[in-house]
Design a protein around this ligand. Structure first.
Ligand code: NAP
Length: 268
């Protein structure tokens, strides 16, 4: 459920898994206006749905509309996955799981424990990323956002180990960073790019962009020479796993066939 929802890659993603595992089910996009989201959620059990995903602009509002949410989702302040349990709705946030699994998949030897991280952006996605970095026991999280007060609020809301960094000082804190993550919409098709001089970022540092349209953002292109770039599509694929397993009772796999299926439908 989203508004709009036609751009979503999730129907292709879940459709691929349903077909691959021979499950007699369907995953359908539903364009739901913000004022109708509560009624739409409440209709899920009546209509025989086993669950739903939520995307922009419903993730935050839906948190208080379901019957139960995980403590992590409450801290993040948003849910993206709903499971129907009888007449009750259970909400979770799987973005942080997707983020972590994507990096583990792409760079198996990367160690989150004790890592020094720089997260750029302080919106909804950044909240999930910072919460999961804290959960993975990163040593320090530097957070830079255009609106600096939002970075400070995020770190204190999540009681995360780290500090806010002024937007103008981004390039001065690159030295010693193990993982750099862009969670802003900069670099997305139609948006300005995130222009960062990566000279002081240690060789071999992991650079992850949450933006996946285009797949290779200017930031990832710049990271190719000396760093380890990780694109954002993997996060999208991995965040879908817990929902699929809860709804259909089968743990799905993320592999090249899935990436191709999602990409071949056009850039998601
Ligand atoms: P959001 O809550 O609207 O936050 C947007 C963030 O981008 C804020 O930190 C905002 O800074 C910053 N920003 C926007 N325009 C900017 C500009 N011109 N200059 C500097 N900063 C700017 O959005 P979101 O839900 O966190 O999503 C952010 C991005 O992550 C999107 O591109 C989304 O597609 C992507 N994403 C990807 C996945 C995945 O699975 N790969 C999952 C979730 C999100 P201010 O606070 O100063 O406005």
């Amino acid at each position: 459920m989203g508004w709009p929802v036609s751009h979503s890659a999730s129907p292709r993603l879940h459709g691929h898994w349903l077909q691959r595992y021979g499950i007699d089910g369907a995953y359908v996009p539903m364009a739901v206006r913000p004022e109708a989201i509560e009624r739409a959620l409440r209709a899920l059990p009546l209509l025989g749905f086993v669950g739903a995903n939520l995307t922009i602009p419903h993730k935050e509002a839906a948190l208080s509309m379901v019957d139960e949410v995980t403590p992590a989702a409450r801290r993040i302040g948003a849910i993206n996955t709903v499971t129907v349990e009888g007449s009750r709705l259970f909400g979770t946030n799987t973005d942080g799981f997707g983020f972590v699994q994507n990096i583990k998949d792409a760079v198996p030897d990367f160690g989150f424990v004790g890592a020094r991280c720089l997260v750029i952006g302080a919106g909804g996605a950044a909240r999930a990323v910072v919460a999961s970095l804290k959960g993975e026991e990163a040593a320090e999280i530097l957070l830079a956002n255009r609106t600096e007060s939002r970075a400070e609020d995020l770190l204190s809301d999540l009681a995360a180990p780290g500090r806010a960094v002024a937007w103008s000082e981004l390039e001065t804190v690159l030295d010693g960073i193990d993982l750099l993550v862009n969670t802003t919409s900069l670099g997305m098709a139609g948006q300005p790019s995130l222009d960062l001089d990566l000279r002081d970022l240690p060789e071999g540092a992991v650079v992850n962009d949450l933006v996946y349209v285009p797949l290779e953002t200017p930031l990832l292109a710049a990271a190719k020479a000396r760093h380890r770039p990780v694109d954002g599509l993997g996060m999208l694929l991995h965040q879908a796993r817990p929902g699929f397993e809860a709804w259909f009772g089968r743990a799905p796999e993320v592999d090249d066939a899935l990436r191709r299926a999602v990409l071949e439908g056009g850039q998601p």
